[in-house]
Design a protein around this ligand. Structure first.
Ligand SMILES: [Zn+2]
Length: 456
């Protein structure tokens, strides 16, 4: 006669083992989601530096006063190139001194060379812990004394007659940014695309660098958009003045390397991916589609983090829940005047998580928000209705209800994200309970067979 325990289990040892194998497989390999196809040619990249053949190299050094940069040109270079050389100071910079240059006009900070000068150099200052203006990287230069001197400073964006900027040791140069100070660099290459991680020696980085680069490379393979030949991530030792964790300027990213912003608990772990995705955005819609820029960067940073294996399923779900708890009330994504603090980041993540789930369900995993991102980069919709048309074209389905609820409505204000996959600890508990039950079952089987042999 079967015991109560048998009825409780209600399954053969074989089927229990089968369930166990499935659960272990899910824990090990994650949920079965169709991969987003690669949508770009690995040999196609946009040139990061507008270097000119025949131009002269410019040396970048720390200037003689605090918060300053000196640019200098070797006078032995080709005279005709020197004569046509001009440099516009980076946005937010102020001229401190010049030799061999004169100002082009009173309207712009453009400096042209003077004929037959003995020396050519420009020194400009920049704001300490500077502005949040999108054109100026937050900067900070410590006094010259002391061991941990460092600075993140802006480089000229517009110029003529320059082949490259180069720096002596203890400086890393990006497209529009220079880091002065001791640092270490780790690089990952994928076809023509190179990702540099420049970490200040003053940063105690609590993340594995190759894991960060792996997640960025995964994102590179699965996202289209603008793809620079080189993206440089500068990890700065201090927080930014405005309280945000990172900034992307064209092909350069500066992230704060302090424990607070790179920690796991504050939900901003994915700043690397977030800013990296900004480097792939070649345009910035306004009006009722302005929400897309930050929403897509934020959602895809989490999604790519999960898909690349950088984030476990449990953490992925906890981050989505974190955004679900950051309610933005009556704010409407399509109407910027209703936005509160971080509305496109929070509400946008929830809206796109919902859309992604619907898209994957409707298309058997073949269309995702990542694929839609790639399509927006190709077609560049400027309004929300153009985006909806693109969505229909790409997926073959209409998502008007989603749009009414999450983009033109306030539904997401009451939304609590439902976990898409089982959190890690849930899987762990289920496995542990099942193992316990299997153990009990086989213990009983052993007892039964002993009893049977006794009876013989
Ligand atoms: Zn952003």
């Amino acid at each position: 006669m079967p015991s109560n325990r048998d009825r409780l289990i209600g399954a053969s040892p074989r089927s229990i083992l089968f369930i166990l194998v499935l659960l272990v497989a899910q824990t090990a390999f994650g949920p079965a989601v169709t991969a987003t196809p690669d949508e770009h040619d690995p040999s196609e990249c946009v040139e990061t530096l507008s270097s000119e053949p025949g131009g002269v190299p410019v040396t970048v050094e720390r200037g003689p006063v605090e918060n300053s940069v000196t640019l200098s040109v070797d006078t032995t270079e080709n005279q005709s190139v020197l004569d046509s050389l001009w440099i516009e100071l980076p946005p937010g910079a102020t001229l401190k001194s010049k030799t061999g240059f004169e100002r082009h006009s009173s309207d712009f900070l453009i400096y042209e060379t003077v004929e037959d000068a003995q020396r050519y150099s420009l020194t400009y200052t920049f704001e300490e812990n500077g502005t949040t203006n999108a054109n100026v990287v937050d900067s900070k230069l410590r006094p010259f004394e002391g061991e941990n001197e460092w600075a993140v400073a802006p480089l000229p964006v517009d110029y003529h007659g320059i082949s490259a900027f180069h720096a002596p040791s203890n400086a890393a140069i990006g497209q529009r940014t220079v880091y002065f100070g001791d640092y270490s660099e780790t690089t990952a290459t994928n076809g023509c695309h190179r990702i540099r991680l420049v970490v200040s020696e003053a940063v105690d980085l609590n993340r594995n660098r190759s894991a960060i680069l792996d997640s960025l490379q995964y994102t590179d393979r699965h996202l289209g958009g603008q793809r620079y030949d080189e993206v440089t991530i500068f990890v700065s030792p201090e927080n930014f003045s405005a309280g945000y964790a990172g900034v992307a300027r064209s092909a350069d990213i500066v992230v704060s390397g302090t424990g607070k912003t790179l920690g796991e608990s504050d939900g901003r772990w994915h700043i690397w991916l977030h800013e990296y995705i900004h480097t792939r955005q070649s345009y910035h819609p306004t009006g009722d589609f302005e929400w897309w820029t930050e929403a897509s960067a934020n959602y895809l940073s989490i999604r790519m983090g999960y898909r690349s294996g950088y984030l476990s399923a449990g953490r992925y779900n906890r981050i989505l829940s974190h955004y679900g708890e950051n309610k933005t009330g009556d704010a409407v994504l399509a109407n910027k005047s209703t936005w509160r603090h971080l509305t496109p980041y929070n509400r946008g993540v929830l809206a796109l998580a919902r859309l992604d789930t619907a898209l994957r369900g409707d298309t058997n995993g073949s269309v995702t928000v990542a694929a839609v991102f790639n399509a927006t980069e190709r077609d560049q919709p400027e309004t929300h209705s153009e985006f909806m048309a693109l969505l229909e074209k790409r997926s073959g389905n209409q998502y008007n209800e989603w749009s009414d609820d999450y983009i033109r409505g306030t539904t997401a204000g009451e939304l609590k994200m439902k976990a898409e996959t089982l959190p890690d600890y849930t899987v762990g508990i289920v496995v542990a309970v099942l193992l316990l039950l299997v153990g009990l079952y086989f213990e009983r089987e052993d007892t039964d067979s002993e009893e049977a042999s006794d009876a013989e």
